[in-house]
Design a protein around this ligand. Structure first.
Ligand SMILES: [Zn+2]
Ligand SMILES: [Zn+2]
Length: 136
């Protein structure tokens, strides 16, 4: 049976469901994730966009760069998704917005050259200075 991943924002206005097998599970330390969330880093997983849907509410959209946009709850501010304009077949969701955030486990860190020095990590996961092409 296909796994279902349900989640939503802090206030409960926006709810979503993703199905299938997640990929690219990662902790992203880039500046855009940091500022968008107000947190040191953001943990993500990719799902097929055809297997993702919002089940309650309408998220707001912010074009965080020329190549990507993010969706979030306009009422409470929770960051929910990331999508590349050039890859509409996939969608990234914030693992911390899942109802069961332990159900998807990150496998590496990306953009570690932007990691805040007071974040001390000992999880032993692979680290990449920028994207996955440049391991640090
Ligand atoms: Zn909300
Ligand atoms: Zn990022």
């Amino acid at each position: 049976m296909e796994q279902t991943y349900a989640g939503g924002c802090l206030c409960g206005a926006i709810r979503y469901v993703a199905r299938g097998t997640p990929s690219n599970q990662t902790h992203c330390h880039c500046e855009t994730c940091r500022r968008a969330s107000g947190a040191p880093f953001v943990s993500w997983a990719t799902f097929p966009n055809a297997q993702f849907s919002f089940t309650a509410g309408q998220p707001s959209r912010y074009d965080s760069s020329v190549r990507a946009f993010r969706q979030f709850c306009a009422r409470c501010g929770t960051q929910l998704t990331f999508q590349l304009n050039g890859a509409p077949e996939t969608i990234d969701i914030t693992l911390a917005s899942l109802d069961q955030p332990a159900s998807v486990v990150p496998v590496d860190h990306i953009w570690t050259k932007r990691q805040i020095p007071w974040v001390k990590l000992a999880d032993g996961l692979p680290r990449f200075e920028t994207d996955r092409k440049t391991q640090s």
